[in-house]
Design a protein around this ligand. Structure first.
Ligand SMILES: C[S@@+](CC[C@H](N)C(=O)[O-])C[C@H]1O[C@@H](n2cnc3c(N)ncnc32)[C@H](O)[C@@H]1O
Length: 425
């Protein structure tokens, strides 16, 4: 019998080995008896299957997942849960695949502690939207990783056509290391989906300043991944004096002369400069930023002038440099057309009188304030809303922002939370 297997050592959770054998039991013993291996480092199968021609399947795996091999001369591949799913999917779809071999239940126990994203409701978390907004405003921590699943969840929403023959530029510390721990989730996503999206080129930069989130050293670099007649080629350059900052002259040159779509999670503390540079470049972008930008004076004019709108999703958790989940709100923003925004359904556009009284009130200057995504459809004057309806697509439903500055209502002399002034067109 011929088999293909995926095996992993308990102390090396970011890697796995994909190999072939005629005897699964013997092979596992060999792994566990390797000289120089520590006793606690136990190898276990994550997956195994019978195939018709193990060498042919193994070669196809090597070719397909060329990018994810740690060492080109060995059978070691990067491991994370989405990548693992890809490996298994590929093997099972192979024409020489015969059947999966059930690995003993014990062997299937997860060796890796995968940090899973859970998205409890605000109610479950015991926070009000106002508190959450305040919290988001207070976040001044640039050193957050974006989780792979968040990148994937957003990017799969866009039509594949937008990526075809395009140069994607990830320009805020989107480092490319040897495994998924020292590689940004953006990079991983684009490398994994390079062919499927039909990308022309991926350019990523590592920022040499700040905390070294990805352990990539204090020197900025540019990483280029491209598909040519001769196959995939990658190149890492550290030009002299290059900082890797998004506003470094070389980064700006790439942005202005090469990039088609910019995609990253920039440092929150530099968001104002970042948005200015990206929006002025006229390039397409899909980026993460603070959830309250639509009611922040520094950004409102972009929404008002239709230069940016919300992407599909919000993000509730990031990973800190210790890879712990951090509860912090962000949202995707883009200038790529969004069709049939699923979140329109959260907008409750109805006559003013039908809005429950607790969700409509007038402030001290007689401006109407509405909450909870209630929007009057028969009110001619300007009224004030929170960021949420804007993120849910209000400006695509016949309403416009009428003032660049954020609106700060007072109710009986007490400041209420900030909003933005809108009006029915
Ligand atoms: C929110 S983190 C996101 C990191 C990564 N893009 C991701 O999504 O996981 C922002 C990163 O930008 C880096 N950074 C800070 N200032 C920068 C600058 N001027 N240019 C580029 N990156 C910068 C920070 O050190 C941090 O690694």
């Amino acid at each position: 019998m011929e088999y293909i297997y995926i095996v992993q050592a308990s102390l090396e959770p970011s890697k796995c080995k994909i190999g072939k054998t005629n005897d699964l039991e013997r092979r596992l013993k060999e792994y566990n008896n390797m000289t120089g291996k520590s006793k606690e480092n136990i190898y276990q199968y994550l997956f195994a299957c019978a195939v018709e021609d193990m060498s042919a399947v193994e070669n196809d795996i090597k070719e397909e997942f060329y990018k994810f091999r740690e060492n080109k001369s060995r059978e070691i591949y990067f491991y994370n849960s989405p990548l693992f799913d890809d490996y298994v999917k590929f093997i099972k779809a192979h024409k020489l695949f015969v059947k999966e071999i059930l690995v003993q239940a014990d062997d299937k126990k997860p060796i890796i502690k995968i940090v899973k994203k859970t998205t409890p409701s605000l109610e479950e978390r015991g926070v009000t939207p106002k508190e959450l907004m305040q919290k988001a405003k207070n976040i001044n921590n640039d050193e957050f990783y974006t989780q792979y699943e968040d990148v994937e969840k957003e990017l799969v929403m866009y039509d594949n056509e937008i990526w075809k023959d395009k140069v994607v530029f990830c320009n805020c510390d989107d480092a490319v290391g040897s495994n998924d721990k020292n590689t940004s989730a953006f990079v991983l996503y684009f490398l994994r989906n390079f062919k499927e999206l039909g990308l022309k080129k991926l350019i990523c930069t590592h920022y040499g300043g700040g905390i070294d989130l990805f352990n990539q050293g204090a020197k900025g670099y540019v990483y280029i991944y491209i598909f040519t007649k001769n196959g995939f080629t990658e190149l890492k350059k550290s030009p002299k004096n290059y900082t890797g900052s998004f506003d470094d002259p070389l980064s700006l040159k790439i942005l202005n002369e090469e990039a088609d779509i910019v995609c990253t999670n920039p440092p929150f503390s530099r968001a104002i400069d970042y948005w200015k540079i990206i929006i002025e470049s006229g390039k397409k972008f899909i980026i993460i930023s603070n959830i309250s930008n639509a009611i922040n004076t520094a950004f409102i004019h972009y929404f008002k002038d239709n230069k940016v709108w919300a992407g599909y999703n919000r993000i509730d958790y990031f990973l800190n440099p210790k890879k712990q989940l951090v509860d912090a709100s962000g949202h995707w923003y883009t200038n790529i057309t969004i069709t049939n925004r699923p979140k329109y359904k959260h907008l409750k556009i109805i006559p003013l009188k039908e809005i429950p009284e607790k969700h409509r009130q007038y402030d001290d200057s007689k401006t109407l304030l509405v909450d909870n995504c209630y929007i009057p459809n028969d009110y001619k004057k300007t009224f004030a809303v929170s960021a949420r309806p804007i993120l849910n697509g209000l400006l695509e439903k016949g309403y416009k922002i009428v003032q660049d500055k954020r609106y700060e209502p007072y109710i009986n002399g007490k400041a209420g939370f900030a909003r933005v002034l809108v009006q029915k067109i």
